[in-house]
Design a protein around this ligand. Structure first.
Ligand code: SAH
Length: 395
């Protein structure tokens, strides 16, 4: 079957270097509408000039995602071997052990494809109809490069609905879903089929290590106390406990996540206190009881899920900053994070600053970080930079 062509009346967007072309930027005529979701297409200007090869979805607002700069590029196993080998080289130079995000979608020039590596186990998240069609070549390329023992497809991201895709979780190779993640010298237990997203959040690795710095104060034998709000399976809290925190509270609304956190803490010979509660309610309770922690961090789920939610979401971040600051002890450390790509970094920082002000706390901003380098950002796609973490030293 010959490859279909998508016409860009102005060709503006493709020249801008973004890997996305929106549905209102292409000629959406009957021919285009008739192209199957996920088909590989050439992208050309009205004058026939080529803009590249991509995949198309007539149902999606992001109609085309570019795969290659030239037309008629062959998208097969070898294509994925080449892209994934490049992704692998970068991680190999960054990490001693094979635990990392191996492919970060557009950031690794693999739009719609996220792969996390846990030693010889891989979780694969396919987010688009175009990548779903390439499932065979992707899995073959992974076999050729890494011969993984276990491969789990996590096709259950809610955003798949926007692409007209169904939801599934499937172990296509090997078995066993509970694995040990090695990170920052700690061993965590993750559940790769039941857990959220791909089962582990590698994006906070460097921020977890940063927080662990503050747990031991020079000359203070017993360590500092830590509140890990929205702890999930204890990524921050367990590392802090291992580093010698006096007391570590992991706070989350998910019982299974907290059970894993307790199990992981024990496996590391560390102790945490797991509290199942809504973070806002628990913070109000702690404030009323005048309980404070030396180190507080809050890494909530996205409060701004779409552009429409910006104002209410921004307000929620401000409130969280205010409450979290109120439970931070004098001379304490506070880290606030947002994983919403729909709130720009400066707006998030402004809301956090307002929250601190309203809590009556004077602060020094000591870290402004994103995700680690195994989550590359596409330089012309700001949306691929989603994580923001701000750490403050409070007076
Ligand atoms: N900090 C974690 C990741 C947090 S993900 C890490 O380092 O791995 C966000 C977490 O927030 C999830 O575990 C989810 O269960 C929890 N959550 C969502 N809404 C919540 C609420 N209202 N109160 C408490 N926890 C909540």
């Amino acid at each position: 079957m010959s490859r279909k062509t998508i016409i860009l009346p102005k060709g503006r967007r493709a020249r801008s270097g973004s890997p996305w072309i929106f549905s209102n930027e292409i000629r959406m005529d009957a021919a285009a509408k008739g192209i199957a979701a996920g088909a590989i297409v050439n992208i050309r200007g009205e004058d026939g000039r080529g803009f590249g090869t991509g995949y198309f979805n007539p149902k999606s607002l992001i109609a085309v995602r570019l795969l290659a700069e030239e037309c008629d590029a062959v998208i097969d196993k070898d294509f994925f071997v080449e892209r994934l080998a490049r992704a692998l080289r970068l991680r190999d130079s960054l990490y001693e052990k094979p635990f990392y995000r191996l492919a970060h979608a557009e950031g690794d020039h693999l739009p719609g494809l996220v792969i996390d590596r846990f030693g010889d186990t891989l979780t694969v998240q396919i987010g688009t109809a175009g990548m779903e069609k390439q499932r065979g070549p992707i899995l073959a390329a992974l076999d050729q490069l890494l011969s993984p023992a276990t491969v789990i497809l996590r096709g259950d991201a809610p955003s798949r609905a926007l692409e007209g895709l169904d939801s599934y979780v499937e172990t296509v190779k090997g078995k066993g879903h509970r694995i040990a993640v090695e990170e920052n010298g700690a061993r965590y237990i993750a559940d790769l089929t039941e857990g959220q997203k791909t089962g582990w959040y590698y994006d906070q690795r460097d921020n977890r290590a940063f927080i662990a710095h503050f747990v031991k104060e020079k000359g203070v034998a017993k360590g500092r106390s830590v509140l890990d709000a929205y702890s999930y399976t204890g990524g921050f809290g367990i590392l802090a406990a291992i580093a010698g925190a006096r007391e570590t509270v992991c706070l989350d609304s998910s019982a299974p996540a907290l059970a894993l956190a307790e199990e992981s803490a024990r496996a590391n010979g560390a102790k945490i206190k797991a509290v199942k509660a809504d973070v806002f309610e628990e913070l109000e309770r702690l404030i009323a009881a005048d309980e404070k922690f030396d180190i507080v961090l809050a890494d909530p789920p996205p409060f701004v899920k779409s552009k429409r939610d910006l104002e209410p979401g921004a307000k929620a971040y401000r409130k969280l900053a205010r409450l979290a600051a109120q439970v931070t002890a004098p001379d304490g450390i506070l880290m606030l994070a947002s994983c919403s790509h729909n709130i720009p970094p400066d707006r998030f920082a402004a809301e956090c600053a307002q929250g601190l002000l309203r809590a009556g706390r004077r602060a020094r901003l000591i870290r402004q970080a994103g995700a680690g380098p195994d989550h590359p950002v596409h330089p012309l796609l700001p949306e691929s930079a989603y994580l923001k973490a701000l750490a403050y030293a409070l007076d």
